[in-house]
Ligand binder design. Structure first.
Ligand code: ZN
Length: 188
């Protein structure tokens, strides 16, 4: 069966076809980038989502987004470190470097501080850094350097302050706050 949309070109009917967790419900009256037909889809989790025929056919979109979330959770539960101090430090490091909405971003990602490729994987980070001692948080020895195995250590707020003074830099307190936050139970 062939349907016509607002434009004159033909659209292959994929209604009721399953792509991963998605079942295609109906054609939508608009197009993605004015090229690809858009379909209203129902995810197994109950969410509806509009997806282009192109994304469906190429396998780019297989759920409303819940599949990615499930994959992340599965990966996390594999290493069993989800919610641990080390894991929270790792997440906070990413947030400092990649979330412009975060207070303090200007001192990290905002001025080009990067995370080494190897550490995009939590297991590698944990292997290199080991357990986070109580009261310590992630510290970069060189405040202008990136997050790398060579440049990082677990340090107390005092050690971090000494490090700042020695280098006479204006390092943000964000990192040492991490240790304090944990002590009061507000760690992120
Ligand atoms: Zn879903």
């Amino acid at each position: 069966m062939v349907l016509s949309v607002s434009t004159k070109s033909k659209v292959i009917d994929i209604a009721n076809v399953r792509f991963g967790r998605l079942i295609v419900i109906e054609l939508l009256p608009y197009r993605a980038n004015s090229r690809h037909a858009m379909w209203n889809c129902l995810c197994d989790c109950g969410q509806k989502i509009a997806v282009s025929s192109n994304s469906l056919k190429r396998g780019h979109t297989k759920s409303c987004g819940c599949l990615n979330l499930a994959k992340i959770k599965e990966r996390m539960s594999k290493h069993g470190m989800y919610g641990t101090p080390e894991y929270r430090s790792w997440i906070a490091m990413f947030s400092r470097c990649s979330n412009p909405m975060r207070k303090g971003f200007v001192n990290y990602g905002g001025r080009g501080i990067k995370i080494c490729k190897h550490w995009k994987n939590f297991e590698n980070f944990y292997k290199d850094m080991g357990e986070r001692p109580v009261g310590k948080s992630l510290d970069r020895k060189n405040n202008d350097g990136d997050y790398t195995p060579d440049n990082c250590r677990w340090a107390t707020p005092k050690e971090q302050a000494n490090n700042r003074r020695k280098r006479n830099s204006n390092k943000s307190k964000e990192e040492s706050n991490e240790a304090n936050a944990t002590k009061t139970g507000n760690g992120n």
